[in-house]
Design a protein around this ligand. Structure first.
Ligand SMILES: [Zn+2]
Length: 347
């Protein structure tokens, strides 16, 4: 795909700049096809299309890149709701170990102010904590489970977090109050969450409200450069209303600046060639699968069998071979890791 880059007047939800460029547009039906194939589950696809059309008030979506800070925002700028996520995803998997988890534990354990408080006294809030995989690492690093508060919509996830002794709430961040916490938080964490939320300034304001005067935010979002690479090289699109914001360094600086924060650090994941290529092969297949008439789309209509598994693998490799130069570029580039990590503190 190539980006259209048509000029558009569209206020940036992060920096407030009024001008942007449309990268591409999609109808609700096209967006639904990214999550659920009409050829495989026609009824669910139709319900998802209706749910997305309702979120967008009938309009198509435009991905707009702000010419001020580079933030890519979905317009209409509306995140997915419970109905969207229930229809779009059958189940969510949570990796036990992620680079951003390790990077964040390291940042907490080495912070002079937090060390002075004593790690066992550090209070952490994590939004969208999944099955508590980060909480488990915090506890291993010396934090007390009673000082860790998590939110997640998954009941199974909350049960897993409760088993660790931490608090797990089903609340939206906007509904959190000081009464939900064991005390003002020293650290707020959100990993692969911010890009789903449509009011990023409100998220940071909530952390300021619930935190100590020098509360820190540790966050990870998809890498902007990797997302653009994927879209321009036959891999998956960054499809709203799942993701509604793509952050750049300038966007994080603007986000911090407007809310009284400071961007202390931004790092890209140093991802090796093997996981990058594995994802590229998988995403090449998933992208082709969304097109009616492709072999992958026909394979997806087959019932589960070893032949289907073999065809998926073979086609993924064949589709990758057709984009061999992109695959080589991805594998050898130093700056195309999947994730970017930031630390913000109060000014
Ligand atoms: Zn902007």
């Amino acid at each position: 795909m190539r980006y259209q880059r048509d000029a558009i007047a569209s206020p940036c939800p992060v920096c407030g700049h009024g001008q942007g460029q449309v990268l591409y547009r999609r109808s609700a039906e096209e967006a639904a096809q990214h999550f659920v194939l009409r050829e495989v589950q026609p009824e669910r696809h139709a319900r998802l299309t209706a749910a997305i059309a309702r979120l967008w008030n009938g309009a198509e979506v435009a991905l707009v890149e702000c010419t001020g800070c580079g933030f890519v925002h979905a317009e209409p700028h509306v995140g997915g709701d419970m109905e969207f996520y229930t229809l779009a995803y059958e189940r969510t998997t949570y990796p036990a170990d992620k680079w951003e988890f390790r990077r964040s534990v390291e940042a907490i354990a080495s912070d002079p102010k937090l060390r002075a408080i004593g790690l066992e006294n550090v209070r952490v809030l994590e939004l969208g904590a999944g099955m508590g995989n980060f909480t488990r690492m915090l506890v291993a690093a010396g934090l007390k489970p009673a000082n860790i508060t998590c939110t997640d919509y998954s009941e199974f996830g909350r049960q897993e977090i409760a088993k660790l002794g931490a608090t797990a709430l089903a609340k939206d961040y906007s509904a959190l109050t000081p009464g939900d916490l064991p005390g003002p938080i020293h650290v707020a964490c959100l990993f692969q969450v911010l890009e789903h939320l449509d009011r990023p300034h409100a998220v940071l304001a909530k952390f300021a409200e619930l935190g100590t005067p020098d509360v820190k935010v540790l966050a990870a979002v998809p890498s902007d450069t990797r997302m653009a690479f994927n879209e321009l090289n036959g891999s998956l699109l960054d499809m709203p209303p799942n993701h509604v914001g793509r952050y750049t360094k300038k966007a994080f600086e603007a986000l911090a600046e407007r809310g009284g924060w400071r961007l202390d650090a931004l790092e890209y994941e140093p991802e090796g060639p093997a996981p990058k290529l594995k994802q590229f092969v998988k995403y090449r297949y998933l992208r082709e699968m969304q097109e009616s008439g492709t072999l992958a789309n026909r394979v997806e209509r087959m019932s589960a069998s070893p032949v289907k598994i073999a065809l998926r693998a073979g086609l993924g490799l064949a589709y990758t071979a057709a984009h061999a130069s992109a695959a080589v570029k991805l594998a050898t580039a130093g700056q195309l890791g999947n994730s970017q990590w930031v630390q913000l503190s109060r000014r």
